[in-house]
Write a new protein. Sequence first.
Length: 270
Amino acid sequence: MRILIHEDYERLSKWVAYYIAGQINKANPTPAKPYVLGLPTGSSPIGTYKELVKLNREGKVSFKNVITFNMDEYVGLPENHPESYHYFMWHNLFSHIDIPKENVNILDGNADDLEKECYEYEEKIKKIGGIDLFLGGIGPDGHIAFNEPGSSLSSKTRIKTLTYDTILANSRFFDNDVNKVPKTALTVGVATVMDSKQVLVIINGYKKARALQKVVEEGVNHMWTVSMLQLHEHGIICCDGEATMEMKVGTVKYFKDIEHLALSKLPELQ
């Protein structure tokens, strides 16, 4: 597992965007062999999405042959609701790049049969050949997607009841009223993410510091579900200085030392 400690969120976001764009360009995707990208919502990837939009507008990367699968969606929230993840993705990314609408996949939280929706989503990922790179963020409790503490590390796409901590954290998007936050969601599983060829997780800010420490310095634990990244062949964590505040000084120095060349320049765009 690679840990890249960037000086700040802006540098982190730019590095991640260049890395993703570089991977797409390197794959040279075609309609017959598209590049498959897994994407998150939340505050963590917003900077990356802004940079990807900029790279697309500058002609440095194209999404015409990219297929996306989003991590999750609330149950029962209209797609055009400002806090739905459909709305979030179109507002922050898809409406600003050249991706065909039919290439975008987001779980339908209003499907008549939610279990069938989850099963078919998982099957669609398999049929396309799996996800090439899954971008993710985490919650303060170390969860990825809506795989909250205690979730099975072998879980697949499913219906998930949200914890009070998650509902409380997300209430800031719902007028700070916990009663307005949906209580269930559809989410990819931990195994769905880990089955991807690459996983890149953004962890920024002091609020995520305890989670980063648990994930990096302690063992794999279903109470900190993103710790499963330790077992991934091509797992990367991109974090900022604030997020490292709970880690040992020696750990921080170690990763800064071995990654100093990668941190000194942006990834190649090909």
